[in-house]
Ligand binder design. Structure first.
Ligand SMILES: NC(=O)c1ccc[n+]([C@@H]2O[C@H](COP(=O)([O-])OP(=O)(O)OC[C@H]3O[C@@H](n4cnc5c(N)ncnc54)[C@H](OP(=O)(O)O)[C@@H]3O)[C@@H](O)[C@H]2O)c1
Length: 251
């Protein structure tokens, strides 16, 4: 199988593309020949550095776009920015996501609204805005879901529920957008430990690793490779599927 098949000249939007898994997706798609709109919210420096790197390799192959996601206007403006730049759109990757604990007793209206806004409304509104352009290219959408969309992570009721909603959104959009646009999801297992307030102790990390049959964390490139595959002609007959990339954790 050649995962890079078909990337030449195509255009992709990657949300949360400046850092971590999103940045690995940008790097992989760009290496496959895509031109890339790198969306970011706060990670301006990282997103710009990545765009500079892409443009040094191929002039005019990357732009950055800043937005707080979850509103229709931001979604429409982002799609328009890619179309203004390159006059086509082949792939939308929804990777940006909020992730933090919401222990019972401490769940507020604000945290529910925030997490649903970034993890559900953003992919929905972006897909809606991108659909006409994607349809012209027989393009694809890939949503980054989570293995915790199927079985809950303790103290993360709201996050898990948003990803469960994203899971069904992926299948619903696959039905709505067929036969012209394929919509799939990738469910990462443990790839990068959370940072900041959500970070895990060494003990907790070891506990999680012990539950993975392949006995190690995955790499960001494992997720990027699956995204590239789902967007390639090799996966042309695949739609509405959510593929776990989790070292067997969900077994
Ligand atoms: N890390 C893992 O092991 C793992 C495991 C399972 C699933 N996943 C999924 O894989 C994807 C990438 O994971 P990650 O750990 O690399 O992501 P992350 O660091 O948690 O977040 C990615 C980016 O999303 C952007 N973002 C968050 N809320 C936003 C909002 N309201 N508006 C606009 N942008 C927003 C942020 O961009 P700025 O930095 O620019 O603000 C952030 O850097 C996510 O969908 C995540 O749920 C990851």
């Amino acid at each position: 199988m050649n995962c890079s098949e078909g990337g030449e000249g195509r255009v992709a939007i990657v949300t949360g593309g400046g850092v971590r898994i999103g940045a690995a997706i940008v790097a992989r798609l760009h290496a496959d020949g895509y031109r890339v709109l790198i969306h970011y919210r706060k990670s301006l420096k990282q997103a710009q550095a990545l765009a500079d790197q892409c443009n040094a390799a191929r002039a005019g192959s990357a732009i950055t776009f800043a937005a707080e996601l979850g509103r229709i206007e931001a979604a429409e403006t982002m799609v328009k920015a890619a179309l203004d730049q390159w006059q086509r759109l082949d792939l939308l990757v929804n990777s940006a996501s909020g992730f933090y604990p919401t222990p019972i007793g401490d769940i507020s209206e604000d945290t529910v609204a925030q997490l649903f806004s970034s993890n559900f409304s953003a992919p929905l509104f972006l897909s809606q805005a991108a659909w006409p352009a994607l349809r012209e290219q027989s393009g694809s959408i890939v949503n980054i879901v989570d293995i915790y969309s199927e079985s809950p992570l303790k103290d993360h009721i709201v996050y898990c529920s948003t990803k469960a909603a994203l899971r069904l959104l992926t299948k619903s959009l696959a039905l709505e957008f067929a036969p012209s646009v394929n919509v799939n999801g990738v469910s990462p297992g443990a790839i990068l430990w959370p940072e900041g307030a959500s970070s895990l102790s060494d003990e907790k990390q070891q506990e999680l690793l012990a539950k993975i049959p392949l006995a190690r964390k995955g790499e960001t490139t494992d997720i990027a490779g699956m995204v590239a595959f789902l967007a390639s002609p090799a996966a042309g007959y695949v739609t509405g599927q959510i593929i776990p990339v989790d070292g067997g954790r969900s077994l």
